[in-house]
Design a protein around this ligand. Structure first.
Ligand SMILES: NC(=O)C1=CN([C@@H]2O[C@H](COP(=O)(O)OP(=O)(O)OC[C@H]3O[C@@H](n4cnc5c(N)ncnc54)[C@H](O)[C@@H]3O)[C@@H](O)[C@H]2O)C=CC1
Ligand SMILES: N[C@@H](CC=O)C(=O)O
Ligand code: NA
Length: 449
């Protein structure tokens, strides 16, 4: 059978890896797909660089629309990124009857509903394994391997850049800016690295996973997003002393109705923020640009997926897996394809994404307080008054915090689970105490068991 013809839009970090791996492993991939897969046309704004990568025998153009207009092309790979031109091109490719493979999590987390609806209507596939945790086959695991389960929660290190920064800062004592530059040099960071460090990229990925896990639409606008820019070295150290590591986690969790039987759930927690994780958990020991996702299903229990979440060939690995899937299914009956978001489009749930005030989690609190009698009792009294129970307390003496003769001390408190709304109210009261000398640091804590 004639190889299926593929057009590639954008041949940067991921695009060049995709071209190279497909070329290198073409025979093996043909045997798996049942048919050859050939990138016959490439579009990139930098035509000369693109030509140097692909060599002879591949048409290179500067205008991506020429690829979409080519009737010989069955699959379009979008590896440009962003919400702008990429969205227009994906929608045009779908309208032209092409299947689409993309690594663009930003696009899918924000415009996925519209894109998947257009694809279903036109009878084409949109495949996006590379969009979440790069080379780790987490989309496939959630959508197919775990399809028997009611997913309870997902928690993942799903941004390589920030995990790399946290690891290098903790392990080598390097500065934030130095490590970020290195992550950019290594091709991990987004075109706009604020997406990485402010948690936006992780929230894009968590949004996509939440849709597949719970059968809800992609709702990036409802995600709670916090990055790592406000983390300070002292909290990383205190967390270690308490037996925890701080990781930027993307969390999607079914919030069960308290005391209700059966399937009842009040909604979905969807959040990205730095979290304390017990050091003994495998995920706490995921270092560098590596990603890891823990999924808890009611039948399977806890499962862990680990691997490279960024970089040229690891991401290409996922792009090509999608190419093979799409090639296999190209001639199949469209009604028997795997649904884009795992659940059939007419069986999606309207479970709400909960506001952050309704999230239930435990906390690390650090209060810089006046070094005087009665302060600890005052603080713990306020917490107890709102039903917040304490798991551990650590007090750092004045000389450890501010040098000899210092009049302040750090009070570090680990709490048990409580509603975020309740915690916010108590934090306001605590902050108003005259003995609390600086803004209180609050980092959420996940036991992940
Ligand atoms: N770099 C990584 O490790 C990962 C990237 N991704 C996603 O993959 C996508 C691509 O990322 P990278 O390869 O890192 O980006 P990149 O910036 O290295 O490559 C993008 C390429 O698109 C080209 N381009 C820009 N506008 C264009 C247009 N209008 N027409 C044709 N070509 C155009 C650029 O010249 C560049 O060669 C993004 O959506 C990114 O979020 C996903 C997982 C990992
Ligand atoms: N910028 C992203 C790239 C992969 O999605 C990351 O750092 O993980
Ligand atoms: Na993936």
């Amino acid at each position: 059978m004639k190889p299926i013809q593929v057009g590639l839009l954008g041949i940067g970090t991921v695009g060049s890896g995709t071209f190279e791996v497909l070329r290198r492993n073409q025979e093996e991939i043909r045997r798996r797909a049942g048919r050859g897969i050939q990138i016959t046309m490439v579009a990139d704004l930098d035509v000369a660089r693109a030509r140097a990568i692909v060599g002879e025998g591949v048409t290179v153009v500067g205008d991506a629309r020429e690829v979409i207009a080519n009737p010989e092309i069955d699959i379009v790979i979008e590896l440009i990124g962003g919400y702008g031109i990429a969205k227009a091109l994906v929608m045009e490719a779908i309208a032209a009857g092409k299947h689409v493979v993309t690594a663009n999590k930003a696009l899918l987390a924000v415009h996925g509903t519209e894109i998947f609806a257009a694809a279903s209507q036109r009878g084409v596939m949109v495949a996006f394994e590379a969009a979440v945790a790069g080379g780790i086959p987490i989309i496939k695991a959630l959508r197919e391997g775990l399809t028997a389960n009611r997913i309870q929660w997902i928690a993942g290190i799903i941004n390589g850049t920030t995990n790399f920064i946290l690891s290098e800062m903790r392990g080598k004592g390097l500065d934030f800016d130095v490590v970020l530059k290195e992550a950019q040099r290594l091709g991990y960071a987004e075109a706009d690295p604020t997406f990485d460090i402010e948690g936006v990229d992780a929230a894009h990925k968590a949004t996509i996973m939440s849709a597949i896990a719970f059968g809800i639409p992609v709702q990036f606008d409802k995600a709670h997003v916090e990055g790592i820019t406000k983390l300070s070295a002292i909290d990383i150290r205190y967390a270690e002393q308490l037996g925890y590591r701080i990781k930027l986690l993307g969390i999607a969790k079914r919030r069960p109705r308290p005391n209700a039987a059966g399937d009842a759930a009040v909604g979905i927690e969807l959040r990205v923020h730095p979290s304390l994780v017990p050091s003994k958990r495998l995920i706490a020991n995921v270092e560098g640009a590596m990603n890891a996702v823990v999924v808890q299903g009611d039948a399977v229990g806890t499962t862990l997926y680990y691997g490279k979440g960024a970089g040229s060939e690891p991401t290409a690995s996922a792009v090509i897996a999608d190419l093979v899937d799409v090639t296999r299914l190209h001639t199949a009956d469209p009604h028997h394809r795997v649904p884009h978001l795992a659940f059939q489009p007419d069986a999606m749930s309207d479970l709400p994404v909960l506001p952050m005030s309704e999230v239930v989690t435990s906390y690390y609190l650090r209060l810089r307080v006046a070094d005087q009698a009665g302060v600890l009792a005052q603080v713990t009294g306020l917490l107890a008054g709102r039903g917040i129970s304490i798991d551990a307390v650590l007090q750092r003496e004045a000389d450890e915090v501010g040098g000899e003769g210092a009049t302040s001390t750090d009070l570090i408190i680990l709490t048990h689970d409580t509603r975020e709304g309740t915690m916010n109210e108590v934090l306001e009261q605590l902050q108003a105490l005259p003995s609390v000398l600086a803004p209180i640091v609050r980092i959420r804590k996940e036991e992940l068991n």
